[in-house]
Design a protein around this ligand. Structure first.
Ligand SMILES: [Zn+2]
Length: 351
């Protein structure tokens, strides 16, 4: 099969022909139809995750995977309801199934988790073996290029917004800020409208094209943060919404300077959810966090239940996409564009 692999970190991917993988009895073989390209792929290629544990090459990146069932392992129960030819999305975060996080369904935070696209097999190849319990069957009329990003870009902000909603951080008298309108933020704006219980949604980014996308997807207000201080942005926020602080922040980027701005703008009893880690460290004053009883939510990807909910929204036609489909040979070029923050919406490799 065709595969684009990391043979050495900090180098372009190498295009190779390698054997189609065998499957274990509890796995299925998915023929990849589309795979989204994520900023995390760039971090992986650049060796960022090597600081948190060794991922020895060769590695096939690509973790936003959708396709068709090609083959089913001998131990996969008929009751799983999977048949050859079914269209599926691949749920990320393959837990060991035994720890307390797995037991309550949060397999993506299992200490023994495995990830598609962060090891031997990933979505930048024609086939991938997947444990049968991590595929979710989808309706055949849904477009593969739109399904692929829903397994990360369209999943991760969904989980984070649910956390803030469940913590009581959203409501009609609140203002929520969406930080960054790249692949994730374009979905985050829509989910903030769907899950925000009437909260006013304000999108913040540096790039005007991206802010235009946010407006199109229902942001009540858009504010450019380019070359602006936190007090400047606070003034614009007050003009737009009547308040100069944010009750909730959905940060899709995790860039240190923007996080510092975010914490400076966070209201009393505010909630800050971050899913991005473009930077690795932040430095913020502690006293306002304590005296204002603010809450920080780390939120990591999503579990099967979150993805099933996202699929229900997609099936109901309630999610809009900004997709740029690209060819397999263009992967390296798009990794460079992602690194430079030049991709509006989601680039999706189609096979
Ligand atoms: Zn586990």
């Amino acid at each position: 099969m065709k595969a684009a692999r990391i043979l050495a970190y900090n180098k372009p991917l190498v295009f190779e022909d390698i054997p189609v993988p065998d499957i274990q009895p509890d796995e299925v073989l998915v023929k990849v139809a589309a795979c989204g390209m994520c900023r995390s792929d760039v971090l992986l290629v650049d060796g960022f995750f090597q600081g948190y544990g060794d991922i020895p090459p060769p590695v096939i990146p690509g973790h936003e995977i959708t396709g068709t069932i090609e083959k089913i392992g001998s131990a996969v129960a008929k009751a799983a309801g999977i048949e050859e030819g079914d269209h599926v999305v691949v749920a990320p975060g393959w837990g060991d199934g035994t720890c307390r996080h797995c037991q309550v369904g949060n397999t993506q935070i299992c200490a023994n988790v495995r990830w598609p696209g962060f090891g031997t097999y990933g979505g930048f190849a024609e086939y991938i073996p997947v444990p049968a319990r991590y595929v979710i069957k989808v309706a055949k009329h849904l477009k593969f290029e739109e399904l692929a990003p829903l397994t990360d870009a369209g999943l991760t902000p969904y989980r984070a917004l649910k956390k803030m909603r469940d913590a009581g951080g959203l409501g009609p008298d609140r203002v929520i800020g969406i930080f960054g309108v790249g692949g994730l933020g374009a979905y985050a704006v829509q989910y903030a409208k769907l899950l925000g219980a009437g909260a006013t949604v304000v999108a913040f980014a540096r790039n005007l094209d991206k802010l235009t996308v946010a407006k199109k997807y229902g942001a009540d207000h858009i504010i450019s943060v380019k070359d602006k201080s936190a007090p400047d942005v606070g003034k614009e926020l007050k003009k737009a919404t009547g308040q100069d602080k944010l009750d909730a922040i959905m940060d899709c980027v995790g860039a240190p300077e923007m996080m510092q701005m975010g914490f400076a703008l966070l209201a009393i009893s505010g909630h800050y959810a971050d899913v991005g880690f473009v930077g690795d460290r932040i430095d913020v004053p502690l006293f306002p966090r304590v005296s204002g009883e603010q809450t920080f939510h780390g939120s990591f990807w999503g579990n099967n239940a979150d993805l099933s909910e996202v699929m229900a929204l997609a099936t109901a036609g309630k999610i809009q996409h900004t997709i740029k489909t690209i060819g397999f040979e263009e992967i390296n070029e798009y990794l460079d564009l992602l690194r430079d923050n030049q991709v509006v919406g989601r680039a999706v490799v189609t096979f």
